[in-house]
Design a protein around this ligand. Structure first.
Ligand code: ADP
Ligand code: ADP
Length: 228
């Protein structure tokens, strides 16, 4: 569904963050991206929904070239959910309001429907009892689960996770990974940048290993983690 073909990325300061990276993400697949800090993992992820532009190469989504003239980037972005290391919830809005905000902005959707869907998603991430709380009343793990529900509220075809557990206290990592595992089980297409090797071993269909802007290895977790 997403094909990155020989993409290169230079930042304005000249940093060559991606070097001829090619990768395909199939529908329903969970792809985990690992590698040292600064190797380009986050940049790669961000090019998949055009938070970063690419300098050369191409990215197609279901056959549509992201960079072709006339491509509706907003529509493509709606189909891609993103979860960051920092949760970025609006502090003055309740949990439920945070989850409803983005789909309400899409004018076609009716409020009642958006609300029912948001509640179902909060149930799914185990936070239905917290829907009227404000973010400041939640733990980090709970806030990240709200952020996942918020991304799902747009009914994305694919979910991108950029180190979703790196900012959490260790005891909260599990609850977020559990939500991600359940999404994977439901067949969600996912690309996950993480240092959680247990998650990669258990959940990934494929592991991409990056180093210094290059995609060095692409393998099944079984082969990747048994490599001597
Ligand atoms: P990772 O996610 O693997 O830690 P990044 O994709 O964040 O790696 O960074 C890859 C390289 O690009 C690093 O050398 C980083 O310093 C550089 N970089 C990231 N973002 C920017 C930016 N906005 N401007 C310039 N250089 C950047
Ligand atoms: P991450 O790996 O999660 O992207 P970083 O600390 O690498 O975290 O980057 C944090 C922010 O700083 C990002 O928005 C990134 O684009 C930006 N950034 C990273 N490296 C550079 C750099 N060398 N010059 C300018 N901006 C950078």
């Amino acid at each position: 569904m997403i094909v990155a073909n020989q993409i290169d990325k230079f930042y304005p300061n000249g940093c060559h963050a991606l070097k001829t990276v090619s990768a395909t993400i199939q529908r329903g697949e969970v792809v985990v991206v690992i590698g040292p800090s600064g190797s380009g993992k986050s940049t790669f992820l961000r090019t998949l929904n055009q938070l970063e532009t690419i300098s050369s190469g191409s990215i197609t989504v279901d056959g549509t070239d992201m960079y072709a003239k006339g491509t509706d980037i907003n529509k493509l972005r709606e189909e891609v959910g993103m979860v960051f290391q920092s949760f970025n919830l609006f502090p003055h809005m309740s949990v439920l309001e945070n989850v409803m905000l983005a789909p309400l902005k899409v004018s076609k959707r009716n409020k009642r429907e958006v609300e029912e869907h948001a509640k179902a998603l909060l149930y799914k991430v185990g936070l239905e009892s917290r829907m009227n709380n404000y973010p400041s009343q939640l733990s980090g793990g709970q806030m990240q689960r709200v952020a996942i529900a918020r991304a799902l509220a747009m009914k994305p075809n694919i979910m991108l996770f950029d180190e979703p557990t790196s900012a959490l206290d260790p005891e909260m990592v599990g609850e977020v990974l559990d939500v991600m595992k359940s999404l994977a089980k439901d067949g969600m297409t996912m690309v996950v940048v993480t240092h959680e090797m247990g998650f990669a071993k258990e959940v990934a269909d494929r592991v991409l290993f990056m180093e210094d802007g290059e995609l060095l290895v692409e393998d099944t977790p079984a082969d990747f983690f048994e490599r001597p």
